[in-house]
Design a protein around this ligand. Sequence first.
Ligand code: HEC
Length: 143
Amino acid sequence: MKKNTILVELSTLILFLVPFDLSATDGYSVYQKHCMRCHAELMEKKEVLKVMHTLKAPPMNEVSNRLRENIVITDDDDDVKRRVTIAFIKDYIENPSIQYSMCHPMAIEKFGIMPSLKGKLSENERQAVAEWVIDRYKGINFQ
Ligand code: HEC
């Protein structure tokens, strides 16, 4: 009898813990905390052109689209492409560089290169936000 009660309590505890644990590295909250002040979540091209002077960086849908278009895996393997894109984003957060930026040259001239966020995000946070940058914009084009 007692054993059962403990089991039930344990499973309730686990039910509670799992969602909290996941939300600790929820990509969207990492974006909100570390990226949103520069990268707007979603903007249309014509809107960007209109308010360009007020922006600090390209909107995240533009960033995500550029990565999608520029990172090409010749055998068209989506899993490999995803891994490479995640690796690129995670690295770019810490080591942004004019050499590696896929941004439009005009955008770089306007915004400058992204400042490094080295030491500000944990490995888990970088992983979560990198996945979010890819998944959030699936099927959404920058137009
Ligand atoms: C202080 C402003 C600022 C913050 C904060 C910021 N960025 Fe950026 N980011 C920029 C600017 C400006 C660019 C465009 C120039 C460049 O490519 O470096 C950029 C470019 C990028 C690119 C490269 C796109 C390409 O085409 O090469 C990625 C990826 C990126 N940001 C991801 C992020 C993520 C993820 C975060 C949050 C963890 C973040 N940024 C936070 C300013 C910022």
